[in-house]
Each structure stands twice: as structure tokens, then as C-alpha cells.
Design a protein around this ligand. Structure first.
Ligand code: OFO
Length: 171
């Protein structure tokens, strides 16, 4: 059974994951408008993944006799200055999510809640992977450059990443 504090903190994480899902969906649409099909596919997949992160917490709260709360929809941005600034904001958002997951881990320790501590390990690992992935995309953009002539090559690099992602994560 969850303590009130743990339940509230997990519900706050649902808000964050749901927002990430909408933000990445919006980024996917922006990329598609720009003809960046590889980036669009990548962001749509990230959006789905964030929804699955949200649902995992949602189900966990309900399974542990808590009450998962469906958050309201905060409108994300619809445009970015460049593909670089878009990926920079993904990276920033992921770093904030990591901080938030670390706070959840701290609370689960403080509440002596080993089940939640154990449940959160998936998110700890997931955030490590996500941050590394975003950093590697930003490094590639730095190497290629992000002027108009470079967009095609950036998109090709992101498409290569799409092809490396296992099918079950690629729905
Ligand atoms: Fe679920 O926040 Fe990213 O991965």
C-alpha cells in the first residue's frame, strides 16, 4: 500500500510523462511539416514510449490500492527555431524527468517503500538511456552542422537510429 506522500509524488510523475508524450507528438508534427521524416518517426515513437511510461505508473498506483489521476492537457509548443533547438529541448526535458525520478527514489527510501523503490529501477535505467541517446543525437548535429544543407543528413542519421531500435519498442 502506498503512503499518501508516495501516491501524490507518483501522480505528479504521471503529469510529467503525459506532458512529454504530448510535447514529443507536437515535435513529430513539426518535423513532418519540415519534411524531416526520420525525425518525425523518431519523435512519434518517443511520444508512444512516454505514454507507456505514464500508463505503467498509472497501473502501478491502482494495483497498490492508490488512485491514479488523469491529468489535464497542457498545450505544448508547436514550433521550434531549428532541429537543434528541438533536440536541445528534448534533452532538457529528459534531464528534468531524471531529476524527478531521483526525487521519487528518495521519497520511496524515506517512506520505507521497497516495492516502489524496486518499481522505479526501470525508470532509473530508462532515463540513463534516454539522456545518452539525446546527447548522441546532439553530438551528431554538432558534427554535421544544422544549416539548411545539413537537414537531410541529420534526418538520415536519425533514421539510422530508428532502424536500430528493436521492433517491440518501435510501434
Ligand atoms: Fe518517460 O521520460 Fe523520457 O524516457
Amino acid at each position: 500500500m502506498l503512503t499518501e506522500k508516495m501516491e501524490a509524488a507518483l501522480n505528479a510523475q504521471i503529469v510529467m510523462e503525459a506532458y512529454a508524450s504530448n510535447l514529443y507528438l507536437s515535435m513529430g508534427a513539426w518535423c513532418e511539416q519540415k519534411g524531416l521524416e526520420g525525425c518525425a518517426k523518431f519523435m512519434y515513437r518517443q511520444s508512444e514510449e512516454e505514454r507507456s511510461h505514464m500508463l505503467k505508473i498509472f497501473n502501478y498506483i491502482n494495483e497498490t490500492d492508490g488512485h491514479a489521476l488523469v491529468p489535464g492537457i497542457k498545450e505544448p509548443l508547436h514550433k521550434w527555431e531549428s532541429v537543434r533547438t528541438m533536440f536541445e529541448s528534448v534533452y532538457e526535458h529528459e534531464k528534468n524527468v531524471t531529476k524527478s525520478i531521483n526525487d521519487l527514489v528518495r521519497i520511496s527510501y524515506a517512506e520505507n517503500d521497497h516495492a516502489t523503490l524496486n518499481f522505479l529501477q526501470y525508470y532509473v535505467e530508462e532515463q540513463r538511456e534516454e539522456e545518452a541517446l539525446m546527447r548522441s543525437i546532439l553530438d551528431k548535429i554538432t558534427l554535421i552542422g544544422d544549416g539548411p544543407q545539413s537537414l537531410y543528413f541529420i534526418d538520415m542519421e536519425v533514421e539510422k537510429i530508428n532502424n536500430l531500435i528493436p521492433e517491440e519498442e518501435n510501434e
